[in-house]
Design a protein. Structure first.
Length: 176
């Protein structure tokens, strides 16, 4: 097995969780050395299980593939897009502060509203964490972004969530 295949998700063609796990520490160290921000954006397709249950796994697979292609076109070439597992994706945004990653996340949601994936409309829940503001190691950053993602889900989905450690109850809804 080649290294390239080892680090690619079979379904989406994106980098996989293994690649994410090996790349984040290296990029985080570079950010720390250069004293530059680095953001993680964790994205979950809302109600994905319902897509599989209602339309079948072949449709769900099309949604994953098309959404992965969409993400690659939506972020910068220097950003790393990974399929973390199931319907969850992670983007590593080097040299990107929290405000910039929030704008990227909102653009992902807004632009996803303008198209279909596997002939279906989907919504997204997103969580963000930025070095050094929300942690200085990969696990802390991922957990922080994941908390934000679940905050978005608890508060209605289809938005970027902010967990209570930052600003209690604050959510960034997407424009209609």
């Amino acid at each position: 097995m080649s290294d390239e295949l080892e680090f690619r998700d079979d379904l989406s063609g994106l980098y996989n969780r293994r690649y994410f796990g090996q790349t984040l520490p290296r990029l985080l160290k570079e950010a720390q050395t250069a004293r530059r921000p680095l953001s993680l954006v964790v994205i979950d397709i809302d109600f994905f299980k319902t897509i599989n249950d209602t339309y079948g796994h072949a449709c769900g697979d099309r949604v994953i593939r098309e959404f992965g292609e969409f993400l690659l076109r939506t972020v910068k070439k220097s950003d790393i897009v990974c399929r973390y597992g199931g319907d969850e994706f992670v983007c590593i945004l080097p040299r990107t502060d929290y405000g910039q990653s929030l704008r990227v996340s909102q653009r992902i949601i807004e632009e996803s509203h303008q198209r279909e994936f596997g002939r279906l409309k989907i919504t997204l829940s997103i969580g963000i964490a930025t070095y050094p503001d929300h942690g200085d190691d990969g696990l802390t950053l991922f957990e922080s972004a994941d908390q934000d993602l679940y905050s978005a889900k608890r508060h209605g989905r289809d938005q970027v969530g902010l967990h209570s450690e930052r600003e209690p109850g604050l959510l960034i809804p997407t424009p209609e």
